[in-house]
Design a protein around this ligand. Structure first.
Ligand SMILES: Cc1cc2nc3c(=O)[nH]c(=O)nc-3n(C[C@H](O)[C@H](O)[C@H](O)COP(=O)(O)O)c2cc1C
Length: 183
């Protein structure tokens, strides 16, 4: 797929089929992610792929954050679908820096890596979604991923799978609102 076609047709997908994505497709996407630009070659990204078993403990906690405690059983079931429904969840982290400016640059580099990852998946016919809901910042997420919050900041979960439904492209502001030229 031409890079321009990939970036214009990629969508954030909310509903996935249950079947797994081939491991080599995910691996290729992570290889694409780590090609992202990063200042001083800090390579601040960390990736942890969570299977459904590793995600199970997040269900109760996410439901509690949403509607509890105690979360009603129907909320728990709805959240279970969201958390263990998609076949893959990639936790993406940024190694912490004591320097605020460096940390900002490193977060930017990780964002570039996530876009590379999404475009690589999309070129292989696989959908994704970057999410930053409360559960992604909760100690339960760090425990599930085996990440020490003092060392790594989770920048979100990237849900990965074959799309069940692809949404329409959300409208963008017209170029004239965001782009100017000066001689
Ligand atoms: C930092 C970041 C966090 C996001 N978090 C969420 C999220 O928690 N839930 C969600 O549905 N989408 C999330 N998104 C996806 C955006 O909603 C999506 O990119 C936007 O609606 C544009 O749609 P598109 O990606 O299909 O162009 C996030 C995107 C970014 C860059």
């Amino acid at each position: 797929m031409h890079v321009h076609d990939a970036l214009t047709t990629r969508r954030t997908v909310h509903h996935y089929r249950e079947d797994a994505v081939p491991a080599e497709v995910i691996r290729r996407a992570v290889e694409a992610a780590i090609l992202a630009p990063n200042h001083r070659m800090t390579q601040p990204w960390r990736f942890v792929l969570l299977g459904r078993t590793a995600r199970e403990p997040l269900v109760a906690r996410s439901a509690e954050l949403r509607a509890g405690p105690p979360a009603p059983p129907e909320v728990i079931e709805r959240i279970r679908g969201k958390i263990v429904g998609p076949p893959h969840c990639l936790v993406v982290g940024c190694v912490r820096s004591d320097d605020d400016f460096r940390m900002g640059e490193d977060r930017s580099a990780v964002a570039c890596a996530i876009q590379n990852l999404s475009l690589s998946l999309h070129a292989d016919g696989v959908a994704s979604k970057w999410s930053t809901g409360a559960i992604t910042r909760d100690p339960a997420a760090y425990a599930a991923a085996g990440l020490d919050p003092a060392e790594v900041e989770i920048m979100g979960f990237v849900w990965i799978g074959f799309a069940d439904q692809v949404p329409e492209a959300p409208a963008r502001k017209p170029l004239a609102e965001v782009f100017t030229e000066r001689e």
